[in-house]
Design a binder for this molecule. Structure first.
Ligand SMILES: [Zn+2]
Ligand SMILES: [Zn+2]
Length: 201
């Protein structure tokens, strides 16, 4: 569902992931009832092409995932020409990625990693390190992705990580300490700041 259909839950204070699930479910049910009613009011012959169009728009895109964070390419054409890309990469912490050989969460994003001088471990093989800057040379799945170096992090992710820090710590058994310490400024970001920023996109 596009964001506009779930706009009704944006202003609820979400404090844990279970509650988020519940709120999403409620909003989805009512959105589905609305769609159902819309369908019933029209003859089947009219609905079929409309449903086909809706499904192809939603499902026929490219489904390739970023090799680092798993975000899905937003290109709407399957087997498209050119590189895969996504406007919003997910912070490493959301996927439970830690700094190598530590219990500390990594707060980096793919976009900040490729702008850095750090390296990543290739194929979980402890010995093969690869510089992020040259990630495209690391293999086929990396070569076809265009990740624009950018050292900033969107307010949305800063808010998400600091808001759900205890859920993330529990889920991955890692800690936001040391290099993975959440900056104080992140905790000060309010949901209103996040929504304002998203409006601007
Ligand atoms: Zn990514
Ligand atoms: Zn793609």
């Amino acid at each position: 569902f596009p964001r506009k259909d779930l706009v009704s839950i944006e202003h609820q204070e979400i404090t844990d992931i279970e509650f988020l699930k519940e709120a999403m479910n409620k909003a989805l049910v009512s959105a589905m009832i609305t769609v159902g009613q819309k369908c019933l009011s029209k003859p089947v012959e009219d609905m079929v092409p409309e449903i086909q169009k809706m499904l192809s728009e939603h499902l026929c895109g490219c489904w390739k995932q970023c090799p680092f964070c798993g975000a899905i390419c937003t290109n709407t054409i399957p087997n498209h020409d050119g590189d895969h890309s996504v406007p919003f990469h997910r912070p490493n912490a959301v996927n439970g990625i830690q700094y190598h050989k530590s219990q500390e969460f990594s707060l980096e994003l793919c976009t900040s990693s490729v702008a850095s001088d750090r390296s990543f471990i290739l194929n979980n093989d402890d010995t093969t390190k690869f510089p992020f800057k040259n990630y495209r040379q690391a293999g086929v799945k990396y070569a076809t992705w265009s990740i624009t170096p950018d050292t900033s992090t969107q307010p949305y992710w800063k808010w998400f990580v600091s808001h759900f820090r205890s859920n993330l710590e529990k889920k991955y058994q890692l800690k936001f300490i040391g290099k993975g310490e959440i900056p104080d400024a992140w905790a000060k970001i309010t949901k209103e700041d996040v929504l304002d920023d998203l409006e601007k996109q």
